[in-house]
Design a protein around this ligand. Sequence first.
Ligand code: UFG
Length: 334
Amino acid sequence: MSKVLLTGGTGFIGSHTAVELLEQGHEVVIADDLSNSSRDVVNRIEQITGKRPVFYELDVADRKGLAKLFAEQDIEAVIHFAGFKAVGESVVKPLMYYRNNLDTSLTLLETMAEYGCRRIIFSSSSTVYGALSPCPFREDSPVGGCSNPYGWTKFMIEKILQDAARADEQLSVVLLRYFNPVGAHESGLIGEKPGGIPNNLMPYITQVAAGIRDHLNVFGDDYETPDGTGVRDYIHVVDLAKGHVAALGYAETHTGTEIFNLGTGKGTSVMEMIRAFEKANGLQIPYVIAPRRPGDLAYSYAETKKAESVLHWKAEKTIEDMCRDAWRFEKGML
Ligand code: UFG
């Protein structure tokens, strides 16, 4: 069992990972500046697991604050979730995205080196595959060609981590390329809570269901896909969280860099998702067909064999589970 630091640990994916780690007997320390989450998430993690993670309200780019954390806690591994993640905002404020996402990662790596911590798991994204290769994306498919600064920050941090592992043979780096995480913990206590207008499909659908927005805009119905709408590999956030627990186990026994896709390998279109949500929850989701969103691909889905064979991890939850759990969480917030 390890003592693990989760940067961004009160966020959507971080909080679910904290729950899975605590349930497996790991110790969890969270560092989060609460810029996109709330302190109450710590209470909710405790409510679910019966264990309270240690919490530091901290911007990971704050070198002194981070050094204090490492001096006080005997951190054995880090899962680095902290970062800005809104694709559209990154186009409008690129420097803010490069500064924040790169600064936090560099400060973290330097501080880890200073304190002899040599295991890091990084929240990367399938967005690094860009439009360069056909689906399914494999870990050895070409990367780059990202359509926005957010994606490039993921690409650059992957590169930084790979170089760091090349230079330090004791360093263990695991890059996890997430596909489209959705859903929520089945307790309804933690989930995705976007500030302002949601960028992503599932939180937008749940806000339409809740009456917060009057309809969903379907961004394009003229893609080269079976029903013309965009196809994505949606993965339940609890499955994704379990993938991190598996990656942590892997990092304990390997050095160098290893890359894993975390997806289901199955594509679902926007229209299929609307219908699945309506069926799972007995609701109607009004929608209109809108123009394509710049930068969107027709298809994005994973080749999942590597995670299955090396991490012995596989996503298990269905689209129905994702729709039901996302709605349960949204209802709990009303
Ligand atoms: N979509 C709509 N209407 C909406 C929102 C989305 O039709 O209001 C469509 C999109 O056009 C796309 C699909 O729903 O076809 C999924 O869109 P999301 O915004 O939910 O997800 P993306 O695949 O665009 O992006 C997500 C994450 C990124 C990550 C990327 C990796 O938001 O952080 O997956 O592929 F980089």
